[in-house]
Ligand binder design. Structure first.
Ligand SMILES: *Cc1c(COP(=O)(O)O)cnc(C)c1O
Length: 362
């Protein structure tokens, strides 16, 4: 054994690294990415700009041009925006600034895995509160356990809480009244992760003056189809944004990523059309899946579905993979028999439905 290992923090030793599957596949539906790359003309404009840039110099550490464009897109002032290397960095920076040893981070689960990973890395005490699974109007819905969460609220100590809206991996919004109830009675920062904002367009970004303890998190990895470039942003009260500049890495967003994000924001028509297409495909896919016996499909306001199977999900996962379709297995309470997969192109969605129909009827 390497003697250095005895110096590793106990909480880090116990942590599982985030290791997405690298399984070969022809239809990749495991990471909620866009099925389409950005248009070639936009890429050309990015290359043209990059050609003129000097890369021997550091590039803008505060992403001024991008924040300017984002401020028009979001409808807040540039000083209320902070850009990070993916929204993963935003999550990590928020925890650096507001969590840490001796502080609680409350996470309703199942949730996006980065919250727990980076909260643990910050040294904070992670409190996971399971979501409720309730039948509402004939459909099963995952929602917040407000009483269960409030039990952990401490009036005199700073805490932090993550709410994913709509939630990954369950796919839909939590009740707005429940969220407002929590925000109003919480003594700390509430990070509202709106990675899938564009799909359902509900947001807390326009209510920051009323709820100054809210920080909204957004990303270019989903509808903007730029997961490979790692760009995410926070929207918050200026005083919160200022703290993020203190903890971020010095030149956190590369020249390439800043320019590409600016250019895609100048092509919102393309983004809008993609959004409409994916929402339409998603709703068609849901209708198809609802007709397949042996599967429960939870409602979605994102570009992915969480599905529960009558057959063992590891079997369903493997059989899909044999057909070249990569989906996501998730771990945790209540997720033992589920898979998550995102909406692909219409052709890919058809292949998926046929494959599931066949596997579940065998
Ligand atoms: C995909 C996703 C993100 C995006 O992370 P990036 O680091 O910006 O790629 C953030 N939060 C949730 C809930 C997501 O599903």
């Amino acid at each position: 054994m390497n003697p250095g290992l005895k110096f590793v923090r106990q909480d880090i030793l116990g942590l599982e690294p985030y290791k997405p599957s690298k399984e070969a596949c022809s239809i990749k539906l495991d990471a909620n990415e866009s099925p389409y790359d950005i248009p070639q003309e936009v890429k050309e404009r990015i290359w043209q700009r990059l050609k003129r840039e000097k890369i021997n110099f550091y590039y803008d550490p505060s992403c001024d041009e991008l924040r300017e464009e984002l401020s028009k897109y979001v409808g807040v002032k540039p000083v209320q925006i902070f850009v990070g290397s993916g929204s993963d960095e935003i999550i990590s920076d928020l925890l650096f600034a507001f969590a840490g040893p001796g502080r609680d981070v409350i996470i309703p689960v199942p949730a996006f895995s980065s919250y727990e990973i980076f909260a643990t890395v910050s040294g904070a005490n992670v409190i996971k509160v399971p979501l409720l699974l309730e039948k509402q109007n004939e459909a099963w819905r995952w929602d917040l356990d407000v009483e269960g969460i409030k039990k952990h609220f401490k009036k005199d100590e700073p805490q932090m809480m993550f709410l994913c809206y709509p939630n990954n991996p369950t796919g839909d919004y939590f009740s707005e009244e429940k969220i407002l109830d929590l925000i109003e009675s919480f003594n700390g920062i509430v990070a509202v992760d709106e990675a899938y904002f564009e799909f359902g367009r509900k947001t807390f970004a326009n209510r920051l003056s009323k709820y100054p303890n809210v920080t909204v998190i957004r990303t270019f990895s989903k509808i903007f189809s730029m997961a490979g470039l790692r760009v995410g942003y926070a929207i918050a009260d200026e005083t919160i944004i200022e703290q993020l500049y203190k903890v971020k890495l010095p030149y956190n967003v590369t020249l390439f990523s800043q320019i590409a994000a600016v250019e895609i924001l100048k092509n919102l028509d393309w983004v809008e059309a993609l959004r409409d297409e994916l929402v339409k495909s998603r709703d068609e896919l849901k209708a198809e899946l609802d007709r397949v016996p042996g599967i429960i499909v939870y409602p979605s306001n994102t570009n992915f579905f969480l599905c529960e199977f009558e057959k063992p999900r590891d079997l369903v996962y493997e059989k899909l993979l044999e057909k070249g379709i990569l989906t996501r297995k998730l771990n945790g309470e209540k997720l033992k028999n589920v898979l998550r997969f995102c909406v692909g192109s219409p052709e890919q969605n058809n292949v998926l439905v046929d494959a599931l129909r066949q596997i579940l009827s065998e």
